[in-house]
Write a protein that binds this ligand. Structure first.
Ligand code: E4P
Length: 214
């Protein structure tokens, strides 16, 4: 399973990268806005740190506008993945970009049918938002499992990118359900290291070592 970091914070990206655990980065307009930078500058800076897929989202709502933005974003680096909304125009742009060999990430996926449409149009990734589904009383994880079954049934190569990940259990359940990638905030990634027995065991080993003969 690959891990992407879901952030625009360069210090967070550098920290996670130093642990050797990060394969790529995802951003969205809200994440970019938090940094106070323009998207082109931010994506360029991220590409200097991580040599892997970096998702950058278009703002235009019409296919022509999306393709124009995609062309500018794709010029930044070969690793840029164009994030498109799950709309009819998003699907038109997805089909064209896939045909041209540009990597795409179809975002705001909340149903298996939406994922199926994106896969049919050649999306590189689909991003089901599991946390936001949980927020409205649905079980986000069921969606990952449904998409996995559909993609396996038809041999779609589109990768399932579990998004809107809020806690460690989401990461484990996504892995069990067969998501190809999870995009996660730094705090959640840090949480994956922790287990009280690991800490207790280490404390004990160090205490015993201190008692042993020098
Ligand atoms: C990633 O591609 C998504 O934009 C992100 O995971 C959304 O997460 P949120 O629901 O916590 O905003």
């Amino acid at each position: 399973m690959q891990f992407f970091l879901d952030t625009g914070d360069l210090n967070e990206i550098k920290t996670a990268h130093s642990w050797g655990l990060i394969d790529g980065v995802t951003t969205n307009p809200s994440i970019v806005a938090k940094t106070g930078k323009d998207q082109m500058t931010l994506i360029r800076e991220i590409c200097e740190i991580i040599d892997g897929p970096i998702s950058a989202e278009v703002i235009a709502l019409d296919a022509e506008g999306m393709l124009k933005e995609a062309a500018e974003l794709a010029k930044i680096n070969k690793n840029v993945v164009i994030k498109l909304p799950m709309t009819k125009d998003g699907m038109i742009a997805c089909k064209k970009l896939s045909k041209d060999g540009v990597k795409t990430n179809v975002t705001l996926i909340f149903s298996a049918n939406q994922a199926l449409l994106a896969a049919k149009n050649g999306a590189t990734y689909v991003s089901p938002f599991i946390g936001r589904l949980d927020d409205v009383g649905q079980t986000g994880m069921d969606l990952i499992a449904e998409i996995r079954t559909i993609f396996n049934n038809y041999g779609f190569e589109t990768q399932i990118l579990a998004a809107s990940v809020r806690h460690s259990e989401h990461v484990k359940m996504s892995a069990l359900a067969g998501a190809d990638v999870a995009t996660i905030p730094l705090k959640v990634l840090e949480g994956l290291f922790a287990h009280p027995l690991t800490k207790m065991g280490l404390d004990q080993f160090l205490a015993d070592h201190a008692k042993s003969k020098k």
